[in-house]
Design a protein around this ligand. Structure first.
Ligand code: RB5
Length: 158
């Protein structure tokens, strides 16, 4: 059982929905509340649609964190990171998942269902959820990322 009730938003495309459903089962067993934004079948869909739903849920504090599953975890992260306040990290191994929490305080985890099998994906999710953000120098670096996403940020010319 988790110490504090946490709500996790889940999303996947057709490539990731089966792994997403396994993640959902695991989270519910562990006492997390889950908001499942789909997809729910093998029918081909566009991952940015699901990345946006999960990213908005986290950015608006409807959910504490988000998990997105596509074929590689790449497109989901690229799409989710377009939402202000989202730090989405593609993690297809447990070390990166731990670092995503400890160093970069990733609030959205992206996994590739064509890269790792379901059991590995579950291990990645658990590693990310149990790791704690380190703060200190990592917070300073995240503050710089946050500052660069403000609408007033100057886009450097070539
Ligand atoms: C879908 O074929 C695939 O492109 C998608 O799941 C994902 O891997 C994109 O990054």
């Amino acid at each position: 059982m988790v110490e504090k009730a946490r709500r996790i938003a889940l999303g996947a495309d057709h490539a990731g929905h089966q792994v997403k459903d396994r993640i959902k089962e695991l989270l519910q067993e562990k006492g997390y509340e889950v908001i499942d934004f789909g997809a729910h079948s093998e029918e081909s869909v566009d991952y940015p649609d699901y990345a946006k739903l999960v990213a908005h849920s986290v950015a608006q504090a409807e959910s504490d964190r988000g998990i997105l599953v596509c074929g590689t975890g790449l497109g989901m992260a690229i799409a989710a990171n377009k939402t202000q306040g989202i730090r989405a990290a593609t993690c297809n191994d447990t070390y990166t998942a731990r670092m995503a929490a400890e160093h970069t305080d990733a609030n959205v985890l992206c996994v590739g269902a064509r890269v790792v099998d379901a059991d590995h994906a579950l291990a990645i999710v658990q590693e990310w959820l149990k790791a704690k953000f380190g703060g200190g120098r990592h917070q300073r670096r995240i503050d710089k990322i946050t500052a660069s996403e403000r609408p007033t940020a100057v886009v450097p010319s070539k």
